[in-house]
Design a binder for this molecule. Sequence first.
Ligand code: PBG
Length: 336
Amino acid sequence: MSQRPAPSAAYPALRLRRIRASAWSRAMHAEHRLSPADFIWPLFVTEGKGVETPIASLPGVSRWSVDLAVARAKEAATEGIPCLALFPNTQVDRRNDDGSEALNPDNLMCQAIRAIKDAVPEIGLLTDVALDPYTAHGQDGLIDEAGYVVNDATVDMLIGQSLNQAAAGADIIAPSDMMDGRVGAIRQALEEEGHANVQIMAYAAKYASAFYGPFRDAVGSGGLLKGDKKSYQMDPANGAEALREVALDIAEGADSVMVKPGLPYLDVVARVKDAFAVPVFAYQVSGEYAMIEAAAAVGAGDRDALVMETLMAFKRAGCTGVLTYHALHAARLLNG
Ligand code: PBG
């Protein structure tokens, strides 16, 4: 943070409340503004046609079959949302120990990418790269006999998964697995396979968080997961380590970086923004969304006000944009 000189005048010459006294003045002095272009909207995709499955732990959020996901993509584009983040709820019988369904060129994810790109070519598609929607054990990578998630063999799978998604039409590959070295390996493979313009948004500082519960319900990995993800996701106690993670991902070729979860980690966002000249995104994750919805449901706060205040907090902290389940609702509020 830059040092600013102390104010030369003091009360009563200086009354900071003057600029807050009227709506026009508050609007004119706002340091940050939200727009629908700030939002990336996560969408969960499921098998079938005409299928909408509400997610109990994520009220207001559903899984959509590909045809209905296309309809949602159209709505998002109409409201000015620039990008969707796709997550598949893979059928249980397609999950196995090595997550090989991630490499199937016709898997649910690839079907969704192709259908949305075909129908709504103007919207960007960010695709999650990690094995948890495909493994029978719910971990993000391959496990050894002891259940430890192994790094380098997992990275080989992630390269294949990234190329599979890029071939289907993904615009931004977003590795969310926290394996070491995966950004560089994926970047190199994308270059070699003719995907030079496919971006990488690294989940650079992703914490082993208790806020992911509803997401795991949504992709169907929660019930399968044994143990936790603490041997690869970051310790919530650590801030300086996030800067090391971000520095590495940038050096390996990440176009943008992400901090996750969002609101409880805004200090990390601000530190990353201060330290590096790269676009920084935050993921307001499922548990954060659920908390806001739960608060609104019991009358502890006004839903729209809670949504807009939390989203503005991301901008104030230095985010270029936010992944949020409130994206469509917030975009509609902003568009009036
Ligand atoms: C998994 C992944 C997770 C989320 C995005 N990708 C969960 C996890 O790491 O267990 C969480 C998103 C959310 O909670 O909304 N690779």
